[in-house]
Design a binder for this molecule. Structure first.
Ligand SMILES: Nc1ncnc2c1ncn2[C@@H]1O[C@H](COP(=O)(O)OP(=O)(O)O)[C@@H](O)[C@H]1O
Ligand SMILES: [Mg+2]
Length: 326
């Protein structure tokens, strides 16, 4: 275990740990961050500090200052809907670390989905809440100024998920590079950047969003596409019809909140991005770890490539998604 003296001093200064010994209990996750649970006089807290090198790929470096944008995202989302994020209890920018209130007894949505518990209303609420953050922040020069640096989103999302796949797959490199250029240029609303079932807790008042370290002022279609991709991949893995149905419920609830642009334009972009992200989860630097069956991989690859060459709007894409290999 590294020496946490600096972090302990900061936590003590914030009144989050007592004078005695401080135990750092690692939490699940931890691909890109050290995340611990620490007990203190105000109850358990989560302490998070990004890693310089991501654990999935030895050569995948990312700027460590991304804790600052995660904190800013959490605070903005809390203004939109307090129950949708854990409270930020302390921010230690000099240490690239921060502390959140630990939410006890809240399962991770991914675990529930993997166990076959698919709640359509919950999926719809995921779409609605994410769209509300987009609606609140769209066209805001002030919010854009709070997220001036797209470098983290590029390093963690655009490059590994889109440009890397484009380099290795000539058949779809043109549409992928076009999508990557467009994502780089977009300045539409505040994007979370990692809306995945593993980063959503099932809270007492609905979905709680974690892990906004890729947050960027960019294209909100990315968040909808990213989460939809996860649900469609799990539909293939588990061969469950209720997972595309959950994706459809999420997309419909999201679409109902779009008030900053024409819905069809956003749903069209989200469809293209979903195709790209589906392929990236097979061929990119961050493959879906559970999709190991070659038939499953082929079913996703075949549909993703067809969709990149002949895009569909995301609602249409979800409605036509095939769970089983041909
Ligand atoms: N405030 C919290 N309350 C309860 N559990 C949490 C909280 N924050 C994080 N966790 C748990 O820790 C895991 C990792 O946190 P996350 O922010 O997603 O970090 P990472 O970047 O390592 O994925 C989550 O999947 C969740 O299980
Ligand atoms: Mg996470």
């Amino acid at each position: 275990m590294p020496d946490h003296a600096d972090l302990i001093a900061a936590l003590r200064g914030a009144g989050l740990v007592g004078p005695g010994e401080v135990v750092f209990q690692p939490l699940a996750g931890g691909v890109s961050c050290d995340v611990w649970k620490v007990d203190g006089p105000q109850g358990p807290v989560v302490v998070k500090r990004p890693l310089e090198k991501l654990r999935v790929m030895a050569d995948w470096h990312a700027p460590v200052e991304r804790s600052a944008s995660e904190v800013r995202w959490l605070q903005l989302a809390r203004d939109v809907e307090p129950g949708m994020v854990p409270e930020v209890l302390a921010n230690f920018p000099a240490l690239n670390a921060f502390a959140l209130r630990f939410l006890p007894g809240c399962p991770v949505w991914k675990d529930e989905l993997s166990a076959g518990h698919v709640d359509q209303a919950f999926a719809a609420e995921v779409g609605r809440r994410i769209a509300r953050v987009h609606a609140r922040t769209a066209g805001s020069a002030e919010v854009q100024a709070m997220f001036p640096d797209p470098a983290m989103f590029r390093a963690l999302r655009v490059d590994p998920f889109l440009r890397h796949v484009a380099r290795n797959n000539a058949a779809v490199s043109a549409p992928l590079n076009t999508l990557a250029d467009r994502l780089d240029a977009a300045r539409i609303a505040l994007v979370h950047g990692d809306v995945s079932p593993k980063n959503i807790l099932i809270g007492g008042q609905g979905p709680v969003f974690l892990d906004a370290e890729c947050a960027v002022y960019g294209d909100p279609a990315f968040d909808l596409a990213f989460c939809t991709t996860h649900l469609l991949l799990k539909a293939v893995w588990l061969d469950r019809a209720d997972l595309p149905a959950a994706a459809a419920a999420m997309v419909a609830a999201y679409a109902a909140q779009i008030n900053w642009e024409a819905s069809q334009a956003l749903l069209a972009r989200a469809g293209e991005l979903t195709a790209a992200l589906l392929l990236a989860r097979i061929e990119g630097k961050s493959p879906a770890p559970y999709l190991t069956d070659p038939l499953h991989r082929q079913a996703v690859r075949r549909q993703a490539i067809a969709l990149l060459l002949a895009p569909r709007a995301i609602d249409d894409l979800v409605a036509h998604w095939e769970r089983t290999p041909e």
